[in-house]
Design a protein around this ligand. Structure first.
Ligand code: DX5
Length: 231
């Protein structure tokens, strides 16, 4: 059993399932529903086989909510795009280990832009890949699906990696400063396992938007399940 997660449980939507013709209203509804932050899944059609939000789309939604935005940059060239997403109103940028030729430099660049930097690991990438950059991030994202699409099945074999990353964060001495986020297939049947393994930021798209009682009920149900899983 991983030691108790030092960080608070945070629930964040992926807006992939939202109605893109009403994004302003959609982010306002997410704030009303009680989300802690909003994650924008940015996809370039090269790093992943899908194409989503440019910075101008995110900027158009910024004024409709006061909830923090983070950009999950599933893109091949995060160094060139980072400043655009900070200017669009994202306070955290998440880059993939697999997309960065010089990960340490990219994370330092994001910090220099005034945003907080975060790093994501695809399912096949070992936790050791982030061993030497924990001093540059405030969040590590362990993907529990292969990136590119919502509605995929949770990969439960990622739970040992979540535990390993949680232990690395605690051993770094920055357990109170670094969040551990999971993304992909998070719902009522999977969130407890991810939280018990050490995740404290939980991204959900399908589970939020498909909940029969609406967004607010989904957010509070997921928060309650994650909170009780960490004791
Ligand atoms: C994958 C995406 C999805 C999304 C969440 O690239 O990042 O994981 O955010 O999708 P659901 O919650 O529907 O699995």
């Amino acid at each position: 059993m991983v030691q108790c997660v030092a960080r608070p449980i945070l629930i964040s939507p992926s807006v992939l399932p939202a109605d893109f013709s009403r994004l302003g209203e959609e982010v306002a509804a997410l704030e009303q529903a009680g989300v802690d932050l909003i994650q924008w899944d940015v996809m370039d059609g090269q790093f992943v086989p899908n194409l989503t939000f440019g910075p101008d789309v995110i900027a158009s939604a910024r004024s409709h909510t006061s909830v923090p935005f983070e950009a999950h940059l599933m893109v091949l060239n995060p160094d060139e795009l980072a400043h655009r997403y900070v200017e669009a109103g994202c306070s955290r940028l998440i880059v993939h280990v697999e997309a960065c030729m010089h990960l340490h430099r990219t994370l330092a660049h994001i910090n220099d832009l005034g945003a907080t930097a975060a790093v994501a690991l695809n399912p096949a990438t070992p936790a050791s890949a982030i061993e030497h950059v924990l001093d540059l991030v405030d969040l590590v994202l362990v993907m529990t699906v292969n990136p590119g699409f919502g509605g995929q099945k949770y990969i439960a074999t990622m739970e040992p990696k979540i535990r390993e990353v949680r232990a690395m964060i605690e051993d770094s001495g920055r357990g109170d400063d670094i969040h551990l986020e999971v993304d992909g297939g998070i719902g009522p049947g999977t969130i407890a396992g991810a939280a018990a393994a050490g995740a404290n930021v939980l991204i959900a798209g399908t589970a939020l938007y498909r909940h029969p009682d609406g967004l607010a009920a989904a957010v509070s149900e997921l928060r309650a399940l994650a909170t009780s899983a960490v004791g």
